[in-house]
Structure formats: structure tokens, C-alpha cells
Design a protein around this ligand. Structure first.
Ligand SMILES: Nc1ncnc2c1ncn2[C@@H]1O[C@H](COP(=O)(O)OP(=O)(O)OP(=O)(O)O)[C@@H](O)[C@H]1O
Ligand SMILES: [Mg+2]
Length: 455
């Protein structure tokens, strides 16, 4: 999907063919995309099926040629369909009262027939720009809720094992290719996604993340595609979905293996065509989005087991980046540990400058089943425990991985829970859905625990 130059889209409705023709001839050469409708029904159908910036509508139709009541009704229906659409009304009877009434009902401007070309052009251009600004504003508002305030963590990758990862990022980052990032929990798939987005042409546009693993099946649709007021009993207002938020930017689909089969077809369609509908609406919307996805599961075996659509996988993994586990790139440990140490000591108002040799040795030797995230948490814990200005091995309190499972009676309830979850995940090769059903938890409940225990 290429970023589309946003030519303003104008919808014109009038029951006189020659009026439509004249307006088309006027607007097309100015770079507007023009669609026309000769009846109220055709106008509504067009507005339902596509996004327009401006609707230029005549207020009088054959059925009721003078009162304009039908025109006002049309105006209301257009406004209900899309409050950001700029509606400009035309009236041939020079009835100022009707124009005033239309403005009161939400028309943005009005023109009287016969119109003056330059005035009409000025109105249409202004209203198109205003519509686009309003929609951007609506998106920005929602983006601010989604985006984190900071500029995101930098990617530390000094080890030979991370070389190929850096190479692929710099090679395919700037392209439009969909990228799938694979790797165990906590290896830094999220950071790699940010780096990819950061070096792309979309870098100044939003990177919107959806944690598909944490969503229930019903939430999934409205989260991704949005919904309209009334689509559900508790849908009190329209909601902008993540695809719309990510328009002209990047959408990061995290934990992609957990997208329920029932939703995979919908996802495939928007990846193929850029088109989708908000839940409860029949109006097709178009977006230009680059997809980065991530998973810790082996999607090829998910495909073989019939749990993941092969066509969807092929859409997602044009390029694949495998992020190696931390135990295979121990050279990165010192830099990562320092990277986490600074902000943590600031947060807890401590003046810790580094790690004692025995602490660094312990860090280098630990197996890190929870990868970089586990390292981050270990450093945070140590910062809290440390009394001097350097962290010592005893502050880290790293236990060999095996020990935690040895004596049930020494474990806290949380440790037992984490232990059981770890076992279930290992048994199902990291497949959260299967592990969840084995544990008798919902997928999202299990997902929350995985995050909590950094598994
Ligand atoms: N190479 C790195 N440089 C700096 N920080 C990193 C790096 N890798 C991971 N981190 C940090 O470690 C933590 C875990 O990384 P991240 O959330 O990206 O892992 P993940 O692979 O997406 O995990 P999960 O599979 O659980 O979603 C984050 O706080 C991230 O900022
Ligand atoms: Mg992640």
C-alpha cells in the first residue's frame, strides 16, 4: 500500500444533469475527485460507501421542488452519517430563509444558483481543507490516548548475533514491506518494531500498537476497526479503530498468533485492499498502513495445525526478523544492564554508578529465560535493594532457573502460578491460546499474567 496523495473528494447531488456536468467540468481540472448523484437515495448510498471531504447538495428535488424540506432532511442524514463531512448546500430559489435553516442544521456554507465559479471554488477548497483538518484532529486526539509520551527506547545491539537484525532493519526499514518479528518473550520485539518504524518514511507518522493477545474476541473487532454509536449496547459514541489511527503510519500487531481464526479473514481483507468498515456501519473506509507484526509462536506450525491462515501469514511475513534470545548474545548484557540502571536509579533517587565485578559476572552467567525484560526487572529490583553506590551480586539475588521449581512449599502463591504458567507455555511451545485452555484461563487473563511475571 503506497501513501496516497489526498486529493479532496467531492460528492455533488443535483437532479439536473447539466448542473452536475458544469460542476464536474469546473472542479476536476482543479485536482478534485468528483462523484455525482442525481437523487437523494443515490447521494446517501454514495456517502455510506465512501469517504468524502465535501458534499455539495442541492436542496430541491423533483418530488418537492420549493419547500426544501427534503433537502434539509438529506442534510441531517448526511450529518448523522459523518459529522466531519463538510456539507455545502445549493438553492436555486434564492431563498435566504432556507439557507439559514440549512446552516442551523449544520451545513458549513451555502451557494445560490446561478453560482459564481470563483466563489464556489473558494468555498469548496476551504471546506475540503477544514474537513481534512477536523479528521486529523479527531485522529490526533485518539492517538494521544494510545501513544506513550516518550520517544521510545533505543535499541542496544552490540553482539554478533544481533548484526543480522540491525542489517535487516536498515535494509527493509525504509521500504513499505510488511515485516514479521519473531523471538521468545522479552527479547525486544517491540523495540525492533519501533526501530523499523523509526527508519521508515512513515517515521514522523504514528506507530500504533495493538496487543492482539490481550483482546477478547468481541473487543478485537472494535479495537481494530472501530465502531459506530449503537453498534453494541454500550457503544455510546463512535469509536476510531487502530487501523484508522495508523493511517499513513505503521500498525504494530503484537502477539499476532493469538488472533482468533474468526477474525483472521477480516484482517486479511484489510491487508489486501486497505478497506474495512467500522462495526455497525456499512460504509467502507480506506487506509494506507504498513504492518509490522510480532509473535513468539512458530506460525508455520500454527498454519499446519489449522489455527492460522496461510494466506494471512504470507501477507504478514514479506520479511521476517528473528530476534535471538539473550543467552545467545551475552555480549549485549553489560550495555543493556547499564541502559536499565540509569533511569531506574533516577526513579528511585539513588546514586548508583555501576555493577561490582561479581554482579556483572552473575549477570553474564544467568540463563535469562525471560530475556531482556527479565534483565530489566532484575536490575530494577537490585536498584531497590542496593545500599551503596554499586550493585553487588547479592543485591541481584539471581536464582538458577531450575531451583525455582524444586520446593513447592518454599514458594509464594505467585511463584507457583508463574511456575505453572511457564510449564504450560513450554508444553505448548509458547502458544498462549493452548496454554490458556490447559490452565483453564481466558487468553487475555493468561496474557496479563505473562506480562505481570515477565514470562
Ligand atoms: N536491544 C534492546 N535495547 C534496549 N532495550 C531493550 C532491548 N531489547 C529489549 N529491551 C527492553 O526490554 C523490555 C522487553 O522488550 P520488548 O517488550 O520489546 O520484548 P518483546 O520481545 O516484545 O516481549 P513480548 O514477547 O513479551 O512482547 C522493554 O522494556 C524493552 O525496552
Ligand atoms: Mg512485545
Amino acid at each position: 500500500m503506497k501513501p496516497a496523495a489526498k486529493a479532496p473528494r467531492i460528492l455533488i447531488a443535483d437532479d439536473q444533469q447539466d448542473v452536475l456536468e458544469a460542476l464536474r467540468l469546473l472542479l476536476k481540472p482543479e485536482g478534485f475527485t468528483v462523484e455525482t448523484a442525481t437523487s437523494p437515495a443515490a447521494l446517501i448510498a454514495a456517502a455510506e460507501s465512501h469517504d468524502f471531504d465535501v458534499a455539495l447538495i442541492d436542496l430541491n428535488y423533483a418530488r418537492d421542488t420549493t419547500s426544501g424540506a427534503e433537502g434539509i432532511d438529506l442534510l441531517k442524514r448526511l450529518r448523522a452519517l459523518d459529522p466531519t463531512l463538510g456539507v455545502v448546500v445549493m438553492t436555486a430559489w434564492a431563498s435566504i430563509e432556507l439557507a439559514v435553516e440549512a446552516m442551523r442544521q449544520g451545513a458549513r456554507d451555502f451557494v445560490q444558483k446561478p453560482w459564481e465559479n470563483h466563489r464556489l471554488m473558494a468555498i469548496i477548497s476551504t471546506q475540503a481543507a477544514l474537513t481534512q483538518a477536523l479528521r486529523r484532529g479527531q485522529r490526533l486526539e485518539a492517538e494521544n490516548l494510545v501513544l506513550r509520551g516518550d520517544s521510545g527506547p533505543s535499541l542496544i545491539a552490540e553482539s554478533p548475533a544481533m548484526k543480522p537484525v540491525l542489517q535487516i532493519i536498515s535494509r527493509v526499514g525504509p521500504s513499505e514491506a510488511n515485516v514479521m518479528i519473531t523471538g521468545e518473550h522479552g527479547v525486544g520485539k517491540g523495540v525492533v518494531a519501533q526501530a523499523l518504524h523509526g527508519v521508515s518514511q512513515r517515521g514522523s507518522r504514528p506507530l500504533i500498537t495493538v496487543n492482539t493477545g490481550g483482546l477478547s474476541e468481541t473487543l478485537f473487532e472494535s479495537e481494530l476497526f472501530g465502531h459506530v454509536k449503537g453498534a453494541y449496547t454500550d457503544a455510546k459514541t463512535d469509536r476510531v479503530g487502530r487501523f484508522e489511527l495508523a493511517d499513513s503510519g505503521t500498525l504494530f500487531l503484537d502477539e499476532i498468533a493469538n488472533v482468533p481464526l474468526s477474525q483472521q479473514a477480516r484482517l486479511l481483507r484489510v491487508l489486501e485492499t486497505g478497506e474495512f468498515e467500522r462495526v455497525g456501519s456499512s460504509r467502507t473506509r480506506r487506509v494506507d498502513v504498513r504492518i509490522i507484526s510480532a509473535t513468539n509462536a512458530d506460525l508455520h506450525s500454527e498454519v499446519a495445525a489449522g489455527r492460522f491462515r496461510e494466506d494471512l501469514l504470507f501477507r504478514l511475513n514479506t520479511v521476517e526478523i528473528r530476534v535471538p534470545p539473550l543467552r545467545d548474545r551475552r555480549e549485549d548484557i553489560p550495555a543493556l544492564a547499564m541502559h536499565f540502571l540509569r533511569p531506574r536509579s533516577e526513579r528511585y533517587r539513588k546514586r548508583i554508578t555501576g555493577f561490582a565485578p561479581d554482579a556483572m559476572q552473575a549477570l553474564m552467567a544467568h540463563p535469562w529465560p525471560g530475556n531482556v525484560r527479565e534483565l530489566d526487572h532484575a536490575v530494577e529490583r537490585a536498584v531497590l535493594m542496593t545500599e551503596g553506590d554499586t550493585i553487588r551480586a547479592s543485591d541481584l539475588a539471581l536464582r538458577p532457573a531450575r531451583e525455582s521449581g524444586s520446593r513447592l512449599e518454599d514458594m509464594s502463591l505467585e511463584e507457583v502460578e508463574a511456575f505453572l504458567i511457564k510449564k504450560a507455555l513450554a508444553r505448548y511451545q509458547g502458544n498462549v491460546s493452548q496454554a490458556a485452555s490447559a490452565l483453564g484461563l481466558s487468553r487475555s487473563a493468561l496474557y496479563r499474567r505473562i506480562q505481570r511475571y515477565s514470562l
